[in-house]
Design a binder for this molecule. Structure first.
Ligand SMILES: Cc1cc2nc3c(=O)[nH]c(=O)nc-3n(C[C@H](O)[C@H](O)[C@H](O)COP(=O)(O)OP(=O)(O)OC[C@H]3O[C@@H](n4cnc5c(N)ncnc54)[C@H](O)[C@@H]3O)c2cc1C
Ligand code: SF4
Length: 271
């Protein structure tokens, strides 16, 4: 047996606690409204679900997460009812847990690697992530961390989908000045105009956008990079040191290609 295998706890053939089902509106009720179909775990359900995690020493679930959320740590914090710690743990690598806890395809990512899933249903990592994020929202406004030391650098983030929002969040916390330019009248990208309300409420996305503005990001909507201003304008005339292109895959032939015809050599793209 390899050292790594020796370190891993063995999943029980029959777990004491089954995977907790996600409560949802019944079909007759939800046919008459646009509210979320799933209503989220109660604290009791979250505790039961968290108790199913084996706290693996080398958690394979993390390898299945594209942003390497410290899953074992955050679930341990849930077990300890230290939800504040659980939020901080998730947010150390993922600034959008309320969004990802709802729409990430966990079943083919982290949960597909969960040790418990070898013999039983895997730990419901996504549902726990959503529980933690909703707990945070239920505590009122998220606290704003102390302002970082300014670097004096200005970054233009083009596009306010999840790619742009997360990039803006990390850059502002690193001390850069950040302006988000969004072509449409509302920020959020596909999160607002692609994913329906019953799956991801618009208010959840708006909360994340408002938080970035509270951290100091400037948001300019109805601003088409490539038309309102080119990347060249932004960098050569408006003083931006870098441009991040998080313009998604929605419009490859129009605004985006014009935005890219600029000479900006340091521009980055998320597409
Ligand atoms: C209908 C639909 C449902 C989906 N459901 C899921 C799901 O359930 N789970 C999941 O994980 N993924 C889902 N996805 C995929 C997910 O939404 C995308 O992977 C994600 O939104 C990509 O993020 P992004 O920030 O790169 O781009 P986007 O979300 O596309 O955001 C790009 C933003 O850039 C703006 N923009 C474009 N050009 C310019 C310009 N020139 N100047 C300024 N702004 C510009 C756009 O208006 C937009 O707001 C879904 C996608 C679609 C289309
Ligand atoms: S979620 Fe699964 S793989 Fe991850 S630490 Fe818990 S039991 Fe191990």
């Amino acid at each position: 047996m390899t050292e790594e295998k020796k370190d891993q706890p063995k999943p029980a053939a029959k777990p004491k606690v089954p995977r907790q089902a996600m409560p949802e509106q019944n079909a007759k009720q939800r046919a008459k409204n646009f509210q979320q179909v799933t209503t989220g775990y109660t604290e009791e359900m979250a505790q039961l679900e968290a108790s199913r995690c084996l706290s693996c020493k080398k958690p394979p679930c993390v390898a299945g997460c594209p942003v390497s959320v410290p899953i074992m740590e955050f679930i341990k914090a849930v077990k300890e009812k230290d939800y504040k710690k659980a939020v901080a743990s998730i947010k150390s690598t993922n600034l959008l847990p309320a969004v990802c806890g709802r729409v990430c395809p966990q079943e083919i990512q982290c949960e597909s690697k969960c040790v418990v899933g070898k013999k039983n249903e895997p730990v419901a990592i996504g549902r726990l992530e959503r529980f933690v994020a909703d707990w945070e929202a239920s505590q009122g406004d998220s606290p704003v961390p102390p302002k970082p030391k300014k670097t004096g650098k200005k970054v233009a983030v083009c596009g306010s989908g999840p790619g742009g929002l997360i990039c803006a969040g990390y850059l502002i916390q690193a001390g850069h000045d950040v302006t988000i330019f969004e072509a449409l009248h509302k920020a959020g990208g596909v999160l607002v105009y692609g994913i329906p309300e019953f799956r991801l409420p618009k208010a959840i996305v708006q909360r994340e956008v408002d938080y970035l503005v509270k951290l100091g990001c400037v948001l300019k909507t109805d601003f088409i990079v490539g038309k309102t201003r080119t990347i060249g304008d932004l960098m050569e005339k408006d003083g931006y040191d870098a441009v991040y292109l998080g313009v998604g895959a929605g419009c490859p032939g129009s605004w985006t290609s014009r935005a890219r015809t600029s000479t900006a050599s340091t521009a980055r793209t998320s597409t």
